[in-house]
Design a protein around this ligand. Structure first.
Ligand code: NAD
Length: 487
Protein backbone atom coordinates (compact mmCIF):
# COMPACT_ATOMS: atom_id res chain seq x y z
CA UNK A 1 0.00 0.00 0.00
CA UNK A 2 1.16 3.55 -0.69
CA UNK A 3 2.17 5.49 2.43
CA UNK A 4 1.94 9.29 2.60
CA UNK A 5 3.86 11.73 4.79
CA UNK A 6 3.33 15.05 6.52
CA UNK A 7 5.21 18.14 5.42
CA UNK A 8 6.41 20.18 8.39
CA UNK A 9 9.10 22.87 8.53
CA UNK A 10 10.29 22.12 5.01
CA UNK A 11 10.71 18.37 5.59
CA UNK A 12 8.67 15.27 4.92
CA UNK A 13 7.90 13.35 8.12
CA UNK A 14 6.71 9.83 8.74
CA UNK A 15 4.01 10.13 11.38
CA UNK A 16 3.96 7.90 14.45
CA UNK A 17 0.42 6.73 13.58
CA UNK A 18 -1.36 6.05 10.29
CA UNK A 19 -4.87 5.29 9.14
CA UNK A 20 -6.10 3.46 6.05
CA UNK A 21 -7.70 5.41 3.24
CA UNK A 22 -10.42 3.55 1.34
CA UNK A 23 -10.87 3.66 -2.41
CA UNK A 24 -14.52 4.82 -2.71
CA UNK A 25 -14.95 2.88 -5.95
CA UNK A 26 -14.19 -0.45 -4.27
CA UNK A 27 -14.49 0.23 -0.55
CA UNK A 28 -11.02 -1.33 -0.13
CA UNK A 29 -8.01 0.28 1.59
CA UNK A 30 -5.46 1.52 -0.91
CA UNK A 31 -3.09 3.80 1.07
CA UNK A 32 -1.89 4.68 4.55
CA UNK A 33 -2.29 8.28 5.63
CA UNK A 34 -0.32 9.96 8.42
CA UNK A 35 -2.49 10.78 11.44
CA UNK A 36 -1.29 14.02 13.03
CA UNK A 37 -0.89 13.97 16.80
CA UNK A 38 -1.16 17.11 18.92
CA UNK A 39 2.66 17.13 18.98
CA UNK A 40 2.79 17.09 15.14
CA UNK A 41 0.33 19.96 14.99
CA UNK A 42 2.34 21.90 17.54
CA UNK A 43 5.55 21.36 15.53
CA UNK A 44 3.82 22.62 12.40
CA UNK A 45 2.41 25.75 14.06
CA UNK A 46 5.73 26.53 15.75
CA UNK A 47 7.48 26.14 12.40
CA UNK A 48 4.93 28.41 10.72
CA UNK A 49 5.34 30.97 13.48
CA UNK A 50 9.14 30.93 13.23
CA UNK A 51 8.88 31.27 9.47
CA UNK A 52 6.46 34.18 9.84
CA UNK A 53 8.95 36.10 11.97
CA UNK A 54 12.08 34.95 10.12
CA UNK A 55 13.84 37.07 7.52
CA UNK A 56 13.69 34.30 4.89
CA UNK A 57 9.98 35.04 4.51
CA UNK A 58 9.22 38.39 6.17
CA UNK A 59 12.28 39.90 4.47
CA UNK A 60 11.01 39.05 0.99
CA UNK A 61 9.44 41.80 -1.04
CA UNK A 62 5.81 41.31 -2.01
CA UNK A 63 6.94 40.90 -5.63
CA UNK A 64 9.32 38.11 -4.61
CA UNK A 65 6.46 36.38 -2.76
CA UNK A 66 4.41 36.72 -5.92
CA UNK A 67 7.17 35.06 -7.96
CA UNK A 68 7.21 32.08 -5.58
CA UNK A 69 3.44 31.79 -5.93
CA UNK A 70 3.77 31.95 -9.71
CA UNK A 71 6.29 29.11 -9.60
CA UNK A 72 3.85 27.13 -7.48
CA UNK A 73 1.07 27.81 -10.01
CA UNK A 74 3.25 26.47 -12.84
CA UNK A 75 4.12 23.36 -10.81
CA UNK A 76 0.45 22.74 -10.00
CA UNK A 77 -0.41 23.04 -13.66
CA UNK A 78 2.36 20.64 -14.70
CA UNK A 79 1.37 18.15 -11.98
CA UNK A 80 -2.39 18.45 -12.66
CA UNK A 81 -2.77 14.99 -14.24
CA UNK A 82 -0.95 13.32 -11.31
CA UNK A 83 -2.89 15.31 -8.70
CA UNK A 84 -6.19 14.63 -10.50
CA UNK A 85 -5.53 10.88 -10.59
CA UNK A 86 -4.74 10.92 -6.86
CA UNK A 87 -7.83 12.92 -5.96
CA UNK A 88 -9.97 10.59 -8.05
CA UNK A 89 -8.45 7.54 -6.37
CA UNK A 90 -8.78 8.86 -2.84
CA UNK A 91 -12.15 10.67 -2.97
CA UNK A 92 -14.02 9.00 -5.85
CA UNK A 93 -14.50 12.33 -7.61
CA UNK A 94 -14.59 11.54 -11.33
CA UNK A 95 -11.46 12.10 -13.41
CA UNK A 96 -13.28 14.42 -15.83
CA UNK A 97 -13.96 16.79 -12.95
CA UNK A 98 -10.66 16.49 -11.08
CA UNK A 99 -8.65 17.03 -14.30
CA UNK A 100 -10.56 20.19 -15.22
CA UNK A 101 -10.71 21.57 -11.69
CA UNK A 102 -7.04 21.08 -10.82
CA UNK A 103 -5.90 22.70 -14.06
CA UNK A 104 -8.02 25.68 -12.96
CA UNK A 105 -6.56 25.59 -9.42
CA UNK A 106 -3.30 26.78 -11.01
CA UNK A 107 -5.17 29.92 -12.10
CA UNK A 108 -6.00 30.71 -8.48
CA UNK A 109 -2.32 30.61 -7.53
CA UNK A 110 -1.54 32.73 -10.58
CA UNK A 111 -4.16 35.29 -9.63
CA UNK A 112 -2.80 35.61 -6.09
CA UNK A 113 0.77 35.66 -7.41
CA UNK A 114 -0.17 38.75 -9.40
CA UNK A 115 -2.01 40.27 -6.47
CA UNK A 116 0.81 39.95 -3.91
CA UNK A 117 2.36 43.33 -4.75
CA UNK A 118 -0.97 45.11 -5.17
CA UNK A 119 -1.99 44.97 -1.52
CA UNK A 120 -1.60 48.64 -0.76
CA UNK A 121 -1.75 50.75 2.35
CA UNK A 122 -3.10 54.31 2.43
CA UNK A 123 -2.06 57.81 3.31
CA UNK A 124 -4.48 59.84 5.46
CA UNK A 125 -5.10 63.60 5.13
CA UNK A 126 -4.85 63.93 8.89
CA UNK A 127 -6.39 66.87 10.77
CA UNK A 128 -3.17 67.86 12.58
CA UNK A 129 -0.20 69.99 11.43
CA UNK A 130 3.32 68.53 11.19
CA UNK A 131 2.06 65.01 11.13
CA UNK A 132 2.18 62.25 8.53
CA UNK A 133 -0.25 59.40 9.08
CA UNK A 134 -0.46 56.30 6.96
CA UNK A 135 -1.79 52.77 7.09
CA UNK A 136 0.30 49.71 6.49
CA UNK A 137 -1.41 46.46 5.46
CA UNK A 138 0.42 43.73 7.33
CA UNK A 139 -0.05 39.95 7.36
CA UNK A 140 -1.99 38.65 10.37
CA UNK A 141 0.41 35.78 11.13
CA UNK A 142 -0.06 32.02 11.11
CA UNK A 143 -3.15 30.85 9.23
CA UNK A 144 -4.74 27.50 10.08
CA UNK A 145 -6.45 26.30 6.91
CA UNK A 146 -8.87 23.40 7.36
CA UNK A 147 -10.68 21.78 4.44
CA UNK A 148 -13.28 19.03 3.92
CA UNK A 149 -12.90 16.07 1.57
CA UNK A 150 -14.46 17.46 -1.59
CA UNK A 151 -12.19 19.49 -3.87
CA UNK A 152 -9.34 19.73 -1.36
CA UNK A 153 -6.85 21.25 -3.79
CA UNK A 154 -9.35 23.88 -4.85
CA UNK A 155 -10.55 24.67 -1.33
CA UNK A 156 -6.99 25.01 -0.09
CA UNK A 157 -5.91 27.19 -3.06
CA UNK A 158 -8.54 29.79 -2.09
CA UNK A 159 -6.94 29.97 1.37
CA UNK A 160 -3.24 29.32 0.77
CA UNK A 161 -3.05 31.63 -2.29
CA UNK A 162 -4.36 34.82 -0.62
CA UNK A 163 -2.72 34.02 2.74
CA UNK A 164 0.74 33.73 1.15
CA UNK A 165 0.12 36.75 -1.07
CA UNK A 166 -0.60 38.73 2.09
CA UNK A 167 2.64 37.49 3.70
CA UNK A 168 1.15 35.00 6.18
CA UNK A 169 2.39 31.48 6.79
CA UNK A 170 0.10 28.46 6.73
CA UNK A 171 -0.63 25.18 8.44
CA UNK A 172 -2.94 23.31 6.10
CA UNK A 173 -4.95 20.42 7.52
CA UNK A 174 -6.32 18.09 4.87
CA UNK A 175 -9.51 16.20 5.62
CA UNK A 176 -9.02 12.71 7.03
CA UNK A 177 -11.18 11.57 4.07
CA UNK A 178 -9.25 11.66 0.81
CA UNK A 179 -6.16 13.65 1.90
CA UNK A 180 -3.78 12.19 -0.74
CA UNK A 181 -3.88 15.10 -3.22
CA UNK A 182 -2.98 17.68 -0.58
CA UNK A 183 -0.14 15.59 0.83
CA UNK A 184 1.16 15.30 -2.75
CA UNK A 185 0.70 19.06 -3.24
CA UNK A 186 3.19 19.58 -0.39
CA UNK A 187 5.91 18.25 -2.72
CA UNK A 188 5.16 21.11 -5.13
CA UNK A 189 5.42 23.66 -2.31
CA UNK A 190 8.82 22.19 -1.51
CA UNK A 191 9.91 22.23 -5.15
CA UNK A 192 8.74 25.84 -5.60
CA UNK A 193 11.30 26.85 -2.97
CA UNK A 194 9.21 28.40 -0.20
CA UNK A 195 11.33 28.84 2.95
CA UNK A 196 10.86 26.03 5.53
CA UNK A 197 7.74 26.45 7.66
CA UNK A 198 5.96 28.86 5.32
CA UNK A 199 3.54 26.13 4.24
CA UNK A 200 3.02 22.99 6.33
CA UNK A 201 0.64 20.22 5.30
CA UNK A 202 -0.74 17.53 7.56
CA UNK A 203 -3.84 15.46 7.99
CA UNK A 204 -5.89 13.93 10.77
CA UNK A 205 -9.40 14.11 12.13
CA UNK A 206 -11.18 16.29 14.71
CA UNK A 207 -8.41 15.85 17.33
CA UNK A 208 -5.81 17.30 14.97
CA UNK A 209 -8.32 20.02 14.07
CA UNK A 210 -8.82 20.91 17.74
CA UNK A 211 -5.09 21.02 18.42
CA UNK A 212 -4.69 23.38 15.47
CA UNK A 213 -7.60 25.72 16.18
CA UNK A 214 -6.77 26.14 19.87
CA UNK A 215 -3.06 26.73 19.30
CA UNK A 216 -2.08 30.10 20.80
CA UNK A 217 0.13 30.98 17.81
CA UNK A 218 -2.65 30.70 15.23
CA UNK A 219 -3.92 34.14 14.20
CA UNK A 220 -6.60 33.25 11.64
CA UNK A 221 -8.63 30.07 11.12
CA UNK A 222 -9.81 29.64 7.54
CA UNK A 223 -12.34 26.83 7.54
CA UNK A 224 -14.44 25.04 4.96
CA UNK A 225 -16.79 22.34 6.18
CA UNK A 226 -20.10 21.79 7.87
CA UNK A 227 -21.89 24.22 10.25
CA UNK A 228 -21.61 21.86 13.22
CA UNK A 229 -17.81 21.73 12.96
CA UNK A 230 -17.83 25.50 12.38
CA UNK A 231 -19.47 25.97 15.79
CA UNK A 232 -16.62 23.99 17.41
CA UNK A 233 -14.15 26.13 15.51
CA UNK A 234 -15.68 29.41 16.57
CA UNK A 235 -15.63 28.21 20.20
CA UNK A 236 -11.99 27.17 19.75
CA UNK A 237 -11.19 30.59 18.29
CA UNK A 238 -12.41 32.15 21.53
CA UNK A 239 -9.32 30.69 23.20
CA UNK A 240 -6.98 33.10 21.38
CA UNK A 241 -9.57 35.47 19.94
CA UNK A 242 -8.25 34.47 16.52
CA UNK A 243 -10.03 35.61 13.37
CA UNK A 244 -12.22 33.13 11.51
CA UNK A 245 -13.48 32.84 7.97
CA UNK A 246 -16.11 30.16 7.46
CA UNK A 247 -17.22 28.61 4.17
CA UNK A 248 -20.00 26.23 5.12
CA UNK A 249 -22.81 24.34 3.50
CA UNK A 250 -25.83 25.38 1.50
CA UNK A 251 -29.34 24.50 0.43
CA UNK A 252 -29.23 26.59 -2.67
CA UNK A 253 -32.42 27.33 -4.62
CA UNK A 254 -32.43 26.81 -8.37
CA UNK A 255 -35.46 28.77 -9.60
CA UNK A 256 -37.07 28.23 -12.99
CA UNK A 257 -39.78 30.57 -14.30
CA UNK A 258 -42.11 29.57 -17.11
CA UNK A 259 -40.51 32.01 -19.57
CA UNK A 260 -37.08 30.35 -19.23
CA UNK A 261 -35.27 28.28 -21.81
CA UNK A 262 -36.24 24.96 -20.23
CA UNK A 263 -33.61 22.85 -22.00
CA UNK A 264 -30.87 25.20 -20.91
CA UNK A 265 -32.26 25.26 -17.35
CA UNK A 266 -32.43 21.45 -17.26
CA UNK A 267 -28.81 21.11 -18.35
CA UNK A 268 -27.66 23.64 -15.78
CA UNK A 269 -29.75 21.99 -13.05
CA UNK A 270 -28.40 18.52 -13.77
CA UNK A 271 -24.83 19.84 -13.67
CA UNK A 272 -25.72 21.95 -10.62
CA UNK A 273 -26.82 18.97 -8.54
CA UNK A 274 -25.18 15.83 -9.92
CA UNK A 275 -21.67 17.19 -10.57
CA UNK A 276 -19.20 15.96 -7.95
CA UNK A 277 -21.94 13.40 -7.12
CA UNK A 278 -23.70 16.24 -5.35
CA UNK A 279 -20.82 16.76 -2.90
CA UNK A 280 -20.64 20.43 -3.60
CA UNK A 281 -21.39 23.30 -1.22
CA UNK A 282 -23.06 25.26 -4.04
CA UNK A 283 -25.14 22.32 -5.29
CA UNK A 284 -28.45 23.65 -6.58
CA UNK A 285 -30.30 21.16 -4.44
CA UNK A 286 -33.72 22.87 -4.24
CA UNK A 287 -35.42 23.04 -7.61
CA UNK A 288 -38.17 25.67 -7.39
CA UNK A 289 -40.23 25.59 -10.56
CA UNK A 290 -43.25 27.56 -11.75
CA UNK A 291 -46.22 25.18 -11.67
CA UNK A 292 -47.11 25.75 -15.34
CA UNK A 293 -43.79 24.21 -16.44
CA UNK A 294 -43.27 21.75 -13.62
CA UNK A 295 -44.21 18.63 -15.61
CA UNK A 296 -42.10 19.75 -18.55
CA UNK A 297 -39.08 20.34 -16.30
CA UNK A 298 -39.56 17.13 -14.35
CA UNK A 299 -39.71 15.11 -17.56
CA UNK A 300 -36.45 16.67 -18.73
CA UNK A 301 -34.69 16.23 -15.40
CA UNK A 302 -35.82 12.62 -15.00
CA UNK A 303 -34.67 11.72 -18.52
CA UNK A 304 -31.27 13.32 -17.94
CA UNK A 305 -30.81 11.78 -14.48
CA UNK A 306 -31.59 8.34 -15.85
CA UNK A 307 -29.26 8.76 -18.83
CA UNK A 308 -26.24 9.59 -16.67
CA UNK A 309 -23.31 7.17 -16.97
CA UNK A 310 -22.48 5.92 -13.48
CA UNK A 311 -19.21 4.10 -13.17
CA UNK A 312 -15.60 3.90 -12.12
CA UNK A 313 -14.35 7.42 -11.33
CA UNK A 314 -11.08 6.94 -13.22
CA UNK A 315 -12.87 6.46 -16.56
CA UNK A 316 -13.26 9.52 -18.79
CA UNK A 317 -16.73 8.29 -19.84
CA UNK A 318 -18.06 8.28 -16.25
CA UNK A 319 -20.43 11.15 -15.41
CA UNK A 320 -21.33 10.25 -11.82
CA UNK A 321 -18.97 8.34 -9.53
CA UNK A 322 -19.17 7.10 -5.95
CA UNK A 323 -19.51 9.23 -2.85
CA UNK A 324 -16.36 9.74 -0.85
CA UNK A 325 -17.36 7.63 2.15
CA UNK A 326 -19.78 4.89 3.17
CA UNK A 327 -20.89 7.16 6.04
CA UNK A 328 -21.95 9.84 3.55
CA UNK A 329 -23.83 7.38 1.34
CA UNK A 330 -25.71 5.94 4.33
CA UNK A 331 -26.58 9.44 5.53
CA UNK A 332 -28.03 10.28 2.11
CA UNK A 333 -30.11 7.10 2.00
CA UNK A 334 -31.52 7.90 5.46
CA UNK A 335 -32.40 11.44 4.34
CA UNK A 336 -34.16 10.19 1.20
CA UNK A 337 -36.11 7.56 3.21
CA UNK A 338 -37.16 10.18 5.77
CA UNK A 339 -38.27 12.54 2.98
CA UNK A 340 -40.41 9.85 1.34
CA UNK A 341 -41.90 9.06 4.76
CA UNK A 342 -42.68 12.79 5.08
CA UNK A 343 -44.70 12.74 1.83
CA UNK A 344 -42.13 13.32 -0.93
CA UNK A 345 -42.73 11.40 -4.19
CA UNK A 346 -39.75 9.51 -5.58
CA UNK A 347 -39.30 10.45 -9.24
CA UNK A 348 -36.09 8.53 -9.87
CA UNK A 349 -33.18 6.90 -8.02
CA UNK A 350 -33.50 6.68 -4.26
CA UNK A 351 -31.95 3.28 -3.64
CA UNK A 352 -28.39 2.31 -2.73
CA UNK A 353 -27.23 -0.14 -5.41
CA UNK A 354 -25.85 -3.61 -4.64
CA UNK A 355 -22.16 -4.17 -5.11
CA UNK A 356 -18.85 -2.69 -3.99
CA UNK A 357 -18.07 1.00 -3.62
CA UNK A 358 -20.01 3.91 -2.20
CA UNK A 359 -22.31 4.56 -5.13
CA UNK A 360 -25.67 6.32 -4.98
CA UNK A 361 -27.81 7.06 -8.04
CA UNK A 362 -28.97 10.52 -9.18
CA UNK A 363 -32.19 10.97 -7.24
CA UNK A 364 -35.14 13.32 -7.72
CA UNK A 365 -37.89 13.83 -5.14
CA UNK A 366 -41.05 15.76 -5.92
CA UNK A 367 -41.62 17.55 -2.62
CA UNK A 368 -44.42 19.85 -3.80
CA UNK A 369 -46.78 18.25 -1.27
CA UNK A 370 -44.06 17.94 1.37
CA UNK A 371 -42.22 21.29 1.37
CA UNK A 372 -40.86 20.63 4.85
CA UNK A 373 -39.41 17.21 4.04
CA UNK A 374 -35.76 16.83 5.17
CA UNK A 375 -34.55 16.83 1.54
CA UNK A 376 -35.93 20.38 1.15
CA UNK A 377 -34.58 21.69 4.42
CA UNK A 378 -31.28 19.91 5.09
CA UNK A 379 -28.09 19.82 3.08
CA UNK A 380 -27.76 16.28 1.62
CA UNK A 381 -24.27 16.73 0.16
CA UNK A 382 -25.15 14.06 -2.36
CA UNK A 383 -26.93 13.59 -5.72
CA UNK A 384 -30.42 14.35 -4.42
CA UNK A 385 -32.64 17.02 -5.94
CA UNK A 386 -35.85 18.14 -4.26
CA UNK A 387 -38.47 19.75 -6.50
CA UNK A 388 -41.13 22.17 -5.24
CA UNK A 389 -43.66 24.02 -7.41
CA UNK A 390 -44.62 27.69 -6.98
CA UNK A 391 -47.22 29.89 -8.65
CA UNK A 392 -46.04 33.48 -8.31
CA UNK A 393 -42.76 35.38 -8.21
CA UNK A 394 -43.45 36.38 -4.59
CA UNK A 395 -43.88 32.73 -3.64
CA UNK A 396 -40.66 31.81 -5.43
CA UNK A 397 -38.76 34.44 -3.45
CA UNK A 398 -40.34 33.40 -0.17
CA UNK A 399 -39.44 29.75 -0.79
CA UNK A 400 -35.92 30.65 -1.93
CA UNK A 401 -35.29 32.51 1.33
CA UNK A 402 -36.97 29.88 3.51
CA UNK A 403 -33.63 28.43 4.60
CA UNK A 404 -31.09 28.97 7.34
CA UNK A 405 -28.34 28.85 4.67
CA UNK A 406 -27.40 31.61 2.24
CA UNK A 407 -24.61 30.49 -0.07
CA UNK A 408 -25.70 30.33 -3.72
CA UNK A 409 -28.78 30.60 -5.91
CA UNK A 410 -29.80 30.31 -9.55
CA UNK A 411 -32.55 32.09 -11.47
CA UNK A 412 -33.70 31.07 -14.94
CA UNK A 413 -35.91 33.60 -16.70
CA UNK A 414 -35.92 35.63 -19.92
CA UNK A 415 -37.36 38.67 -18.16
CA UNK A 416 -34.67 41.21 -17.35
CA UNK A 417 -36.85 43.09 -14.89
CA UNK A 418 -37.81 39.94 -13.01
CA UNK A 419 -34.16 38.84 -12.93
CA UNK A 420 -33.28 42.15 -11.26
CA UNK A 421 -36.08 41.81 -8.72
CA UNK A 422 -34.90 38.29 -7.84
CA UNK A 423 -31.24 39.36 -7.59
CA UNK A 424 -32.30 42.05 -5.12
CA UNK A 425 -34.60 39.78 -3.12
CA UNK A 426 -32.59 36.58 -2.74
CA UNK A 427 -30.55 36.33 0.46
CA UNK A 428 -27.43 34.50 -0.69
CA UNK A 429 -23.77 35.28 -1.30
CA UNK A 430 -24.00 34.36 -5.00
CA UNK A 431 -26.79 34.77 -7.56
CA UNK A 432 -26.33 33.11 -10.95
CA UNK A 433 -28.78 34.27 -13.63
CA UNK A 434 -29.34 31.90 -16.58
CA UNK A 435 -26.20 30.05 -15.56
CA UNK A 436 -25.02 28.06 -12.57
CA UNK A 437 -21.84 27.04 -10.77
CA UNK A 438 -19.51 29.48 -12.51
CA UNK A 439 -16.52 30.40 -10.32
CA UNK A 440 -13.36 32.42 -10.84
CA UNK A 441 -10.38 33.54 -8.75
CA UNK A 442 -11.43 37.11 -9.60
CA UNK A 443 -14.93 36.80 -8.10
CA UNK A 444 -15.53 36.69 -4.32
CA UNK A 445 -17.25 33.55 -3.06
CA UNK A 446 -19.06 32.95 0.23
CA UNK A 447 -22.34 33.17 2.06
CA UNK A 448 -24.12 34.19 5.20
CA UNK A 449 -26.32 32.60 7.82
CA UNK A 450 -25.45 28.91 8.25
CA UNK A 451 -23.33 29.20 5.11
CA UNK A 452 -20.72 31.12 7.10
CA UNK A 453 -18.97 34.46 6.76
CA UNK A 454 -15.94 35.91 5.03
CA UNK A 455 -15.20 35.76 1.32
CA UNK A 456 -12.78 33.66 -0.68
CA UNK A 457 -11.58 34.75 -4.11
CA UNK A 458 -10.79 38.25 -5.29
CA UNK A 459 -8.89 40.98 -3.46
CA UNK A 460 -11.30 40.69 -0.49
CA UNK A 461 -9.80 37.34 0.46
CA UNK A 462 -6.21 38.66 0.51
CA UNK A 463 -7.21 41.67 2.60
CA UNK A 464 -8.90 39.30 5.05
CA UNK A 465 -5.43 37.90 5.88
CA UNK A 466 -4.07 41.35 6.70
CA UNK A 467 -4.36 43.73 9.58
CA UNK A 468 -4.02 47.50 9.47
CA UNK A 469 -1.17 49.24 11.26
CA UNK A 470 -1.66 52.99 11.74
CA UNK A 471 1.60 54.94 11.69
CA UNK A 472 1.93 58.48 13.13
CA UNK A 473 5.10 60.36 12.23
CA UNK A 474 5.78 63.87 13.52
CA UNK A 475 7.57 65.97 10.91
CA UNK A 476 8.56 68.95 13.08
CA UNK A 477 12.15 69.30 14.33
CA UNK A 478 10.97 71.48 17.21
CA UNK A 479 11.28 69.70 20.54
CA UNK A 480 8.03 68.48 22.07
CA UNK A 481 7.20 70.98 24.85
CA UNK A 482 7.17 69.83 28.45
CA UNK A 483 3.47 69.12 29.11
CA UNK A 484 3.73 70.11 32.79
CA UNK A 485 5.04 73.63 32.17
CA UNK A 486 2.14 76.08 32.00
CA UNK A 487 2.30 78.49 29.07
P1 NAD B 1 -16.66 18.64 8.35
O1 NAD B 1 -17.10 19.90 8.95
O2 NAD B 1 -17.05 17.36 9.00
O3 NAD B 1 -15.05 18.56 8.24
C1 NAD B 1 -14.31 19.55 7.62
C2 NAD B 1 -12.91 19.58 8.21
O4 NAD B 1 -12.97 19.94 9.58
C3 NAD B 1 -12.16 18.26 8.15
O5 NAD B 1 -10.82 18.52 7.80
C4 NAD B 1 -12.25 17.76 9.57
O6 NAD B 1 -11.20 16.90 9.95
C5 NAD B 1 -12.18 19.04 10.36
N1 NAD B 1 -12.73 18.96 11.71
C6 NAD B 1 -13.67 18.13 12.19
N2 NAD B 1 -13.93 18.41 13.48
C7 NAD B 1 -13.12 19.43 13.83
C8 NAD B 1 -12.93 20.18 15.03
N3 NAD B 1 -13.61 19.94 16.13
N4 NAD B 1 -12.03 21.18 15.03
C9 NAD B 1 -11.34 21.48 13.90
N5 NAD B 1 -11.48 20.81 12.74
C10 NAD B 1 -12.36 19.79 12.70
O7 NAD B 1 -17.14 18.73 6.87
P2 NAD B 1 -17.29 17.55 5.85
O8 NAD B 1 -18.49 16.79 6.26
O9 NAD B 1 -15.97 16.88 5.68
O10 NAD B 1 -17.57 18.39 4.51
C11 NAD B 1 -18.82 18.67 4.06
C12 NAD B 1 -19.26 20.08 4.43
O11 NAD B 1 -18.37 21.06 3.87
C13 NAD B 1 -20.62 20.40 3.83
O12 NAD B 1 -21.43 21.05 4.76
C14 NAD B 1 -20.28 21.31 2.68
O13 NAD B 1 -21.33 22.14 2.26
C15 NAD B 1 -19.14 22.08 3.22
N6 NAD B 1 -18.41 22.74 2.13
C16 NAD B 1 -18.46 24.11 2.01
C17 NAD B 1 -17.81 24.76 0.96
C18 NAD B 1 -17.84 26.26 0.80
O14 NAD B 1 -16.94 26.81 0.18
N7 NAD B 1 -18.82 26.98 1.32
C19 NAD B 1 -17.08 24.00 0.05
C20 NAD B 1 -17.05 22.64 0.18
C21 NAD B 1 -17.71 22.02 1.24
Amino acid sequence: MDRFQHYIDGEFHTASAHFASLDPATGQPWAEMPDASAADVNRAVEAAHRAFLGRAWSGLTASARGKLLMRLADLVQAAAPRLAALETRDTGKIIRETSAQIAYVAEYYRYYAGLADKIEGAHLPIDKPDMEVWLRREPVGVVAAIVPWNSQLFLSAVKVGPALAAGCTVVLKASEDGPAPLLEFAKLVHEAGFPPGVVNVLTGGPEAGKALTTHPKVAHIAFTGGPETARHIVRASAENLSKTSLELGGKSPFIVFDDADLDSAANAQVAGIFAATGQSCVAGSRHLVQRTVKDAMLARLKAKAEAVTIGAPDQMTTEVGPLCTRRQRDRIQALVDASIAAGARLVTGGKTPEGPGFYYPPTILDCTDAPHAPAVQQECFGPVLSVVAFDTEEQALEMANDTAYGLASGVFTRSLTRAHRMIRGIRAGIVWVNTYRAVSPIAPFGGHGLSGHGREGGMAAALDYTTVKTVWLRTSDDPIPDPFVMR
